[in-house]
Design a protein around this ligand. Structure first.
Ligand code: ACO
Length: 160
């Protein structure tokens, strides 16, 4: 898949299984290498490149025949806030539609205020709260926006 972003051509391709995962990017979205390694093997890992530069990653995990979850989305720090994350979310929606899925999910922490704004802006709606998910599954406490990341908020959209 290709799209234009900031006048640059971005190619979104499935990661070559023989190459290592881009942990530097993946860990921007999820500080637990253990959690990442648990969901990667079942997932489709998409890499967003401009020419030879890796700018973003998108990980889509199949939940069942009808639904998938974006487990990880991350943009290289120097390129954040320029619309590429929104473009990757649009691509995830398009890919999921093309796979014939009915629903797409994404989860984030109660403290991830910017991400919660972005996901709702992109059409995802809050459907579930998993209490204490981060406290129970992460070895060290995570703080953002002056708040502790404790609960997982799950957002979902129906694909039409
Ligand atoms: N804080 C504040 N606002 C934000 C944030 C944030 N962390 N992220 C996005 N936004 C807002 C932007 O201000 C923008 O608002 P606007 O449309 O009103 O101008 C809107 O969301 C769209 O932003 P983009 O420029 O498309 O977002 P970006 O390219 O930065 O991608 C992403 C968003 C993926 C969250 C990126 O910032 C990133 O990699 N962050 C670090 C990793 C991360 O937090 N990943 C998500 C974790 S949850 C998960 O992976 C399932």
């Amino acid at each position: 898949m290709k799209f234009e972003w900031q006048g640059r051509e971005i190619t979104l391709t499935i990661k070559d299984p023989s190459l290592p995962p881009p942990y530097d990017l993946l860990e921007l979205a999820d500080p637990s290498r253990k959690m990442i390694n648990a969901y990667l093997p079942m997932s489709s890992i998409y890499l967003a490149h401009h020419r030879d530069s890796l700018l973003g990653v998108l990980v889509i995990y199949p939940i069942d025949k009808e639904m998938a979850e974006i487990k990880n989305i991350a943009i290289k720090a120097s390129e954040q806030g320029k619309g590429l994350g929104s473009q990757l979310l649009k691509s995830a929606i398009q890919i999921s539609r093309e796979r014939g899925l009915q629903k797409l999910r994404i989860g984030t922490a109660n403290s991830s205020l910017g991400q919660l704004y972005l996901y709702q802006k992109m059409g995802f709606d809050l459907v579930e709260i998993i209490p204490n998910f981060f406290k129970d599954n992460y070895a060290t406490a995570i703080f953002e926006n002056g708040l502790e990341a404790r609960h997982m908020l799950v957002l979902e959209q129906t694909l039409t």
